[in-house]
Design a protein around this ligand. Structure first.
Ligand SMILES: [Cu+2]
Length: 520
């Protein structure tokens, strides 16, 4: 079969070495610049060194996307393989995964099928920048978040299967919504257990449960968004909170995929994308040309570079030969609806940063300049929101950006709107709006310095429409609204782990969006 799309590794290495010389020089310059900026700031705990900035350089090799026919001929199987919950695996299946990981870990990091190389595709602080390294968080990446990880997990699974020597191996997922405690085999610190990572937070490795608010936010992301891109934005925040609450390697993009939990986590994110589609109600995958034609390069089990496009990963069973045990294969859905933002008004941009030092912090908007909101109400002659579910409803978004972490709590940071004093913060209450995504904060802090173009992608964007609706707020009520940050620890032996954090959120905005139904 034609392998024109897959240059040999030898060619890639020599070609990439030549290309690497100016790239490395450029990286060194960036590094020096970043270092001088970094060194003027107070050191912040938990952040990787400034040389992680190489993360933004493009990969030197980008083969043409493989054709559908070639892909099928090379990877096609008669029946889709089934990905199962890690809790449903037999001891033999777990052993098989361990064997695969051990074999991968035994290879040199320059081998594309090695553990280190695969992790470096997500991110690394190594200066080499070998083909496809650091492609996870390239500028402009966020619109392709779910698709990039689907491809990444798919090729990793192929490599793991080959290294384990088990043709039936599939990657398991961790459904934290049904079991928020990490599987015991991943927590067993016995010498030589390749599933164990000692850098994780003590409570996670000790059998602690992830905070409930993570599950609530996942469920809200699935239920409250019928349009793809808003769903992708909404799921990003609980996704990042799983990373940061596990901690250690998982905390940072440049080391996350070194922890075997990463693969359970992203297999589950991939499953949640499929779960979302099966909720129908207008849900559907993107149909825009940019997404469909966007390509990224990964490596298969033979170390061969394969470039794929978005259009090749929309149907897991028929295109990639896998499905999830808990989901039906063919959902019967109505025609997908796309909700496009047709107008956007900035109602508040708060001048004062919100500084959390301890376990809770509250900011009252009345102390801020409300001029933009007053202007909007006068010019639009409006007192109320228009959340009515017709063809052009509104959504109120709260954006929390410019996040700086001085001390990371062992858990998550929940965000509440108008949480009354003396009311116990609960993710099931009408005051809960979501989670502060500190996974993004960690790497965006660095990228923004080197790549100003990333600025529009930073921060956590939370849809506060449901909370505002449930609280029955009118536009003017926003003037006295309060935003609270609440630290929530993991739960160990039925007790919430006591933890605190020091975090600054310097850019807080309320934006009102008018959206319009566009049937595909
Ligand atoms: Cu992730």
């Amino acid at each position: 079969m034609a392998l024109a799309h897959a240059p040999t590794l030898f060619y890639k290495k020599t070609a990439c070495m030549k290309k690497l010389i100016p790239l490395v020089a450029f990286a060194l310059l960036l590094l020096l610049a970043a270092f001088s900026i970094e060194s003027k700031k107070a050191p912040s705990a938990g952040r990787p060194p400034a040389n992680a900035i190489v993360a933004c350089l493009p990969p030197p090799v980008q083969p043409q996307p493989i054709s559908d026919a070639d892909f099928k001929a090379r990877y096609g199987l008669p029946l889709p393989m089934v990905r199962k919950s890690v809790y449903a695996l037999s001891a033999a299946e777990i052993t098989s995964i361990k064997n695969g990981i051990t074999a991968m870990k035994g290879l040199n990091y320059t081998d594309p099928t090695s553990w280190e190389y695969q992790a470096a595709i997500h991110g690394t602080t190594r200066p080499d920048n070998l083909p496809s390294w650091n492609t996870c968080h390239k500028p402009g990446f966020s619109f392709f978040f779910l698709a990039w990880h689907r491809m990444y997990v798919y090729f990793f699974e192929r490599i793991l299967r080959a290294k384990a020597g088990n043709p039936n191996l599939t990657l398991p997922y961790w459904n934290y919504q049904t079991n928020p405690v990490l599987h015991p085999d991943y927590r067993n610190s016995a010498a030589g257990n390749p599933l164990y990572d000692a850098t994780r937070s003590a409570s996670i490795n000790g059998g602690g449960a992830l905070p409930n608010s993570i599950m609530t936010s996942f469920e809200n992301s699935l239920n409250n968004n019928t349009s793809y891109y808003p769903f992708q934005t909404a799921i990003n925040s609980p996704h990042g909170s799983v990373h940061t609450t596990i901690g250690g390697n998982m905390f940072s993009t440049s080391s996350a995929a070194k922890d075997p939990v990463f693969w359970l986590h992203h297999c589950n994110i991939d499953r949640l994308w499929e779960r979302w589609l099966r909720k129908c109600g207008g849900r559907g995958n993107p149909t825009d040309a940019q997404w469909l034609n966007q390509s990224y390069t990964f490596f298969d089990e033979n170390g061969t570079a394969v470039s794929m496009t978005g259009s090749q990963v929309v149907k897991t069973a028929s295109q990639l030969n896998y499905k999830y045990d808990s989901l039906t294969t063919n959902p019967i859905c109505l025609k997908p609806i796309d909700w496009a933002v047709v107008q956007k008004w900035q109602l508040f941009k708060l001048a004062k940063p919100l500084q959390l030092a301890g376990t809770t912090q509250k900011l009252t908007l009345a102390t801020e300049n409300t001029e933009a909101l007053d202007k909007f109400m006068v010019s639009a002659k409006r007192q109320r929101f228009d959340f009515v579910e017709d063809d052009t409803p509104e959504r109120l978004m709260l954006t929390l950006g410019g996040i700086r972490i001085e001390k990371m709590p062992e858990g998550v940071v929940e965000v509440y709107l108008n949480l009354p004093p003396n009311v116990r913060p609960s993710a099931n209450s009408k005051y809960y709006v979501g989670l502060l995504n500190l996974f993004d904060a960690e790497h965006h802090g660095k990228h923004v310095m080197a790549m100003p173009g990333m600025a529009d992608e930073t921060g956590t964007e939370l849809d506060v429409t449901a909370a505002v609706k449930a609280q029955g707020l009118a536009l003017a009520d926003l003037k006295k609204a309060q935003v609270s940050l609440v630290v929530r620890g993991n739960t160990l032996r039925g007790q919430e782990v006591k933890t605190d954090g020091r975090i600054t959120v310097s850019d807080i905005q309320f934006n009102l969006q008018s959206i319009k139904k566009q049937t595909k």
